[in-house]
Design a protein around this ligand. Sequence first.
Ligand code: C2E
Ligand code: CA
Ligand code: CA
Ligand code: CA
Length: 277
Amino acid sequence: AEGGNRFALADPDSDARAISRHHLTHHLPAALRGAEFFIEYQPLVKMRDGSLEGAEALVRWSHPRHGVLGPDRFIPLAEHTGLIVPLGRWVLREAVRQACQWQVRGIGGARPLKVNVNLSPRQLHHPELVEDTIAVLEEAGLPPSSLCLEVTETAMIRADENELRPLRQLADLGVGIALDDFGTGYSNLANLRRLPASTLKLDRSFTQGLQRAPADPVDLKIVEGIVSLAHTLELSVTVEGVETSTQADQLRDLGCDSAQGWYYARPGPPERLPEAV
Ligand code: C2E
Ligand code: CA
Ligand code: CA
Ligand code: CA
């Protein structure tokens, strides 16, 4: 299911998971019709002054029997069945509507808050991505520059010119494009130049070595190198998974532009975002 050249070792509860995968896949369409999905928002913070910059929309499934399920449980299934297209469209519409409300209420002060929305590879390949996104923005009245679409590095580097064109069109309109989970996808670094990205989101695995002082000097050098490369390419750098003040301080000193993580705030309901200012 994950494509060629992969293998996985069976784990003890794989049978239980297999049943629930089948069950979950079967119930996804009804869950979408029945509005069982909801979105939590996790603050994105400007490192320079600690101000609130926006939030990432993270989808959850409130399953009537299994409780709240995280995206790792159902996004791969939705991707596999194609349901990710209507689900992703719902997340986009909902998140854009939410961002508009924050802006109308003046949350975040002078700078309008942004919202980040994750895009699956399947959505990237959908012919109506550009039209749909423009329609959603116009319907809500949100400026394109207040939306950032996150696409994983792996999905971006696999995309050919035809598949990158829609992202380029959206970028030309002012929509931000973030290279998500950067560092896990083995990019040919020179290739970064051809991607229509405005932000590089450094994967959590790179910042883990900086959680406690003294940090691993090699980890520090690696982050420093990535930040300097990104800035040379005029990409801003957002770091994920910041859990401690030690990490936050070091990443700020290394020149990272924005941060996200439990140190600032966990994902939560949209009403809680103003408290994160
Ligand atoms: P992601 O895009 O890398 O999102 C960040 C994940 O890290 C989130 O997990 C978030 O809750 C978690 N996180 C945030 N701060 C910290 C921290 O300080 N420490 C640790 N250990 N974790 C932290 P979550 O919400 O379970 O989402 C998992 C993945 O599911 C996301 O990874 C994203 O790839 C995907 N996803 C979520 N919502 C959507 C969606 O609407 N559409 C699509 N296509 N994918 C989504
Ligand atoms: Ca993301
Ligand atoms: Ca990420
Ligand atoms: Ca990640």
